[in-house]
Each structure stands twice: as C-alpha cells, then as structure tokens.
Write a protein that binds this ligand. Structure first.
Ligand SMILES: Nc1ncnc2c1ncn2[C@@H]1O[C@H](COP(=O)(O)OP(=O)(O)OP(=O)(O)O)[C@@H](O)[C@H]1O
Ligand SMILES: [Mg+2]
Length: 328
C-alpha cells in the first residue's frame, strides 16, 4: 500500500474504532519505513504502537474486570465507557463553575486527609444547564484529573431496554460503584423525569426514579456520581438533597463567545483578516459552546476543501446565522 492510501486506511480504522486494523496498518507503515532505510523511525513507530496497544488493552479489559457477582455481561450493556482525554484547561468556564469542579477534584485528591478528620469528600454532583454547555465534558474532566474512567448510564435507555427489570439493573450499577472506583455519569437524567407522557410505562419510570433516589442516598462507595440534566424544574427537591453540590452551567456570555471562537479558529488565525471579536460577540449570542465549535469546524473544513481564500467574514456570519436558525 502506498503511503497516502495507508494514511487514509489508518484514519478510517481509527474513526471506526477498529483497533485491530488500525494497529495492523500502523505496523505496515513501520515496516515500510524500515524498508526505506529509516530504521530508527521504524523502531520508534513499533514502540509507540506497542505502548498504545497495551493502553487500549487495559481500557477494554476494565469492564471485563468488574467483579460483580457474575453480572458482568449485563453491566457491559448498561455502562458505556468513555476514555477521558480533556482536562480543566480545555474548558472555558465561569469562575463559579470552575470552583465547583476544582473543589470536588481537590477533595478527592485529598481524600485521606479529609477521612482522617472524619469528613467525607464531595462525590455526588448534579450538573444542570442547557445542551452543549459542558456537562458531559465536565464529568470527563473530573475523571481525567483524577485518573479515573467514566462510565455513562442512560436511564431512559435502561428503562426501555429492560422493562420490568430496570430496578435490578440499576442496583447492579450501584453495586459496581463499590467494586470499581470510577466516575459514573447518569447522563440526560431528565429524560426519565420528563418522559412520562410518551409510550413508556409511567409506573416503571416512577419506580426507577424512586429507586435511584434510594440508591444514591444509600450509596457508600468511593466512586463519583455525576447526574446531568437540562431541565432543573423537572427534578424535585427530594432529588436535589441527595447531591453534595449542584453546579449550574449556562450558555457562553460575550467574552466567552469570543474566547471560544478564538480557540476554535486557532488553526486559521493567519487567515483571519477581519475583526473576529466584533463579528461574533453579539451575533453568536444564544449559541452553545457546542454550536460554536461546530461552526469553527465548518470553517476549518471549508479551508481544507476549498482553499484558504474562502475564509471570510461573510462565511463565518453565514454559519452563525445558519446555526441560529437552521430552517431559514
Ligand atoms: N465550557 C466549555 N468549554 C469548552 N468547550 C465546551 C464547553 N462546553 C461544551 N464544549 C464543547 O461542546 C461539546 C459538547 O459539550 P457537552 O457534551 O459537555 O454538553 P452537555 O452540556 O453535556 O450537553 P447535553 O445537555 O446536550 O448533553 C464538548 O465536547 C466541547 O467540544
Ligand atoms: Mg451531555
């Protein structure tokens, strides 16, 4: 395979999560380098591949290692593993949010000191805020900062998949928290609180919510529990009491909008001859961080596909407006 083709296959297998193929192509590339007389580079590549392989192996092995009374297969289906790779410095955060996250991270890092004084570190967090404001990302950041894995649990999926059995499945998850310290993210938590009108069994949803309340109250593990929701009003006060801290996320304000665009368009910096800050500051109000990074990605793609001269203020404005009113 020639180099360009190999590179394409490499990226494709990475995107598809096909580890075996990815490593096979990487090894072919190393072999080609060796054949071309670049022995040192070839050796380096092989070493890097070996290291990466052993890391992937560890991560994939994690779920298998969960020693929960023969229920590993069930757990595998209930928990999605995400490998955290973002840190606090990758996030644009208001001070109050940052302090909330840092506080939990610090208390967890100094867990022994707190326990010696008979104090429990924070570990149950409720994240509230609009879509794309950084809730899921924060769970990942906490995990990365503490060197832990994140397991994502979608409660609505749990209910629809395991009708009648959801409570026992939920217990399984709480059992695994004791056995395996990690960040357990109950994502889109509101979906069960608000999905009472659709075809789901209302009784089942109520039972799961109550059971979740009981389990979270009872939980004595040292895992970190993060629940994320868009709709705080859908949660009753009984639920709110169960958390050590509630962190409220919001859409970016003007300076944060500018910061996000500057970050997202960093690679095109040398091509931007218009005033970026004044272009986006007000126009992008109401968009989320997620929206902003999507717009930036569109521009980066545009420059790759159609050339750098495409990067104009008009194009940026076009993508912002389109994101704000997609059906216009
Ligand atoms: N505060 C932030 N700083 C930097 N990037 C952010 C921030 N918030 C979100 N992003 C970007 O937006 C993406 C989506 O954010 P995330 O998944 O955390 O949103 P969310 O609040 O969980 O949304 P949802 O309610 O839809 O689940 C992130 O992967 C990241 O690229
Ligand atoms: Mg999310």
């Amino acid at each position: 395979m020639e180099a360009a083709q190999q590179l394409k296959t490499l990226i494709k297998s990475f995107a598809e999560g096909d580890d075996a193929h990815f490593y096979a192509v990487a090894m072919q590339m190393a072999a080609a380098e060796a054949r071309n007389g670049n022995q040192k580079l070839a050796d380096d590549l092989v070493r890097t591949i070996d290291q990466a392989k052993s890391k992937t192996h560890q991560a994939n092995g994690l779920l298998k290692k969960l020693p929960v009374n023969g229920a590993q297969k069930d757990l595998n289906e209930l928990l999605d593993l995400i490998k955290p790779h973002v840190t606090l410095s990758n996030m644009i955060l208001e001070d109050s949010i940052k302090q909330g996250l840092v506080r939990l991270i610090e208390e967890q890092k100094k867990i022994d000191l707190l326990l010696r004084h008979g104090l429990a570190p924070r570990r149950k967090l409720l994240l509230v805020g609009p879509p794309g404001s950084g809730k899921t990302m924060s769970a990942s950041v906490i995990a990365a900062e503490l060197g832990l894995t994140v397991f994502v649990i979608r409660l609505d999926g749990l209910i629809s998949r395991y009708m009648g059995e959801s409570i026992s499945k939920l217990r399984l998850i709480f059992d695994s928290m004791k056995q395996f310290k990690a960040v357990y993210l109950f994502d889109e938590f509101d979906s069960i609180a608000t999905s009472r009108t659709d075809s789901n069994d209302v009784g089942e949803i109520k039972r799961v919510l109550n059971s979740f309340l009981l389990e979270i109250e009872k939980d004595q593990s040292d895992s970190i529990i993060v629940a994320a929701t868009n709709l705080p009003q859908a949660l009753d006060t009984a639920l709110l009491r169960r958390f050590d801290d509630i962190i409220k996320f919001s859409l970016p304000n003007s300076p944060q909008i500018v910061e996000a665009f500057e970050e997202g368009l960093k690679v095109l910096e040398h091509l931007i001859y218009f005033n970026l800050a004044s272009t986006v500051r007000e126009r992008a109000e109401g968009l989320s961080y997620d929206d902003i990074f999507h717009i930036c990605a569109e521009l980066v793609k545009e420059s790759i596909l159609y050339g750098d001269s495409q990067i104009t203020k008009e194009l940026l404005v076009h993508y912002i407006d389109k994101r704000k009113s997609p059906f216009k």
